[in-house]
Design a protein around this ligand. Structure first.
Ligand code: PLP
Length: 358
């Protein structure tokens, strides 16, 4: 077997949930476990966060697994129904549904349910992805209020720039203008908003990335936020090359050595989910020491500078990210975000996962 593995520290996941709960105070916590729990494994993650008030995912199939894992609290389908038949599955599994388009309103009108369903009416306050325009909300609420298939309404929206300078003021004001007329529960905050803007916590918060120990912010590190990394991507050196000044490393002769160097060849590449666009100089932890990558990442391998790690040898351990290297740092050096890198690990389906403290 290749030496590459993703270790998932489930007690760190539990720790991060407790931290979110402390920050969120009286708000209920809807843990976002979409995309296979951001690449960490859905069912195992459910077990580590079973004290969450709710779990948000996309599909009926995921909801079946979550109920199968024994989770009895709220489950929310973040994109609501994809087909008319799904509503009966949702009823059986006692799911909550986001309602964000006219077709889903029709599904709700046309069904005959024995047990009505809680809906989260999504308002488009400026992100322009999902949700109804503000001027339709009064009419829709009137409609849902008398729909026998609807047992309760939560009003929700999603922020486009909670992690950026713009913040949430404009979208939140738009949301509040509508919702102040009603007494429904409400939900707006992703990780960035719940961390930075107390006024956005409301009845439910919806943290994702924070739970996995990464940061949604460019300028606030996960460490600063006090969250613990959950995933460690670990491999080993499988070859060593001693190269002379002026020699190149890897495809495209993308890196030319400025001095004589010792290069470690590591069993991890873009075929595993490590970003191909990671620049020379991306941090990596090799055999107890911080160093950097050099050259262009290959499908199955990447290259690390071990010139100053004299005792590194074939078989030495390499951490691409985890307790020493933040996934956010690797993302920054690759022109992407930690979210994508974490998701890619399980999407590649080539990296075995090992669960710790499960
Ligand atoms: C993914 C998602 C979240 C979680 O966002 P994070 O930035 O990971 O905290 C919250 N709400 C909705 C609607 C989402 O799609």
């Amino acid at each position: 077997m290749r030496p590459l593995k993703a270790y998932i520290n489930l007690s760190a996941l539990t720790f991060n949930l407790q931290l979110v709960k402390k920050i969120a105070k009286n708000s209920k916590v809807m843990a976002v476990l979409k995309a296979n729990a951001y690449g960490h494994g859905l069912v195992q993650s459910v077990k580590a966060i079973k004290s969450a008030d709710g779990i948000a995912i996309l599909t009926i199939e995921e909801a079946i697994k979550i109920r199968g894992a024994g989770f009895k609290n709220t489950i929310l389908l973040l994109e609501g129904l994809f087909t008319a038949e799904d509503i009966y599955e949702a009823e059986k599994l006692e799911l909550n549904l986001v309602v964000h388009n006219e077709q889903q309103i029709e599904y709700l009108n046309d069904a005959t349910l024995k047990n009505p369903i809680n809906v989260h009416l999504k308002i488009n306050t400026g992100m322009n992805r999902l949700g109804f325009p503000p001027d339709q909300i009064d009419y829709l609420i009137e409609n849902l209020n008398v729909n026998p298939n609807v047992s309760g309404i939560t009003l929700m929206t999603h922020f486009a720039t909670a992690d950026e300078k713009e913040g949430i003021a404009k979208q939140l004001a738009c949301f509040n203008r509508i919702t102040n007329n009603y007494n429904f529960s409400s939900s707006v905050a992703n990780s960035a908003a719940l961390y930075k803007f107390p006024e956005a916590r409301l009845d439910w918060v919806r943290p994702g990335i924070m739970l996995y120990g990464a940061s949604p912010f460019e300028d606030i590190s996960a460490k600063k936020m006090d969250v613990k990394p959950v995933m460690s991507l670990i491999s080993k050196i499988i070859a060593i090359q001693n190269i002379k000044k002026g020699q190149a490393v890897g495809y495209g002769n993308n890196y030319i050595a400025k001095k004589d160097m010792r290069i470690g060849i590591v069993a991890c590449g873009y075929g595993d989910g490590y970003p191909r666009h990671a620049k020379t100089g991306t941090p990596v932890f090799v055999h107890h020491k911080n160093t950097t990558t050099v050259g262009r990442v290959s499908m199955d391998m990447l290259y690390v500078d071990i010139s100053n790690i004299a005792d590194a040898k074939i078989g030495s351990k390499v951490e691409m990210w985890g307790n020493h290297i933040s996934v956010d740092e690797v993302a920054k050096n690759s022109g992407t975000v930690g979210y994508e890198l974490l998701c890619n690990i399980s999407a590649s389906s080539r990296v075995p996962m090992e669960y710790l403290d499960g």
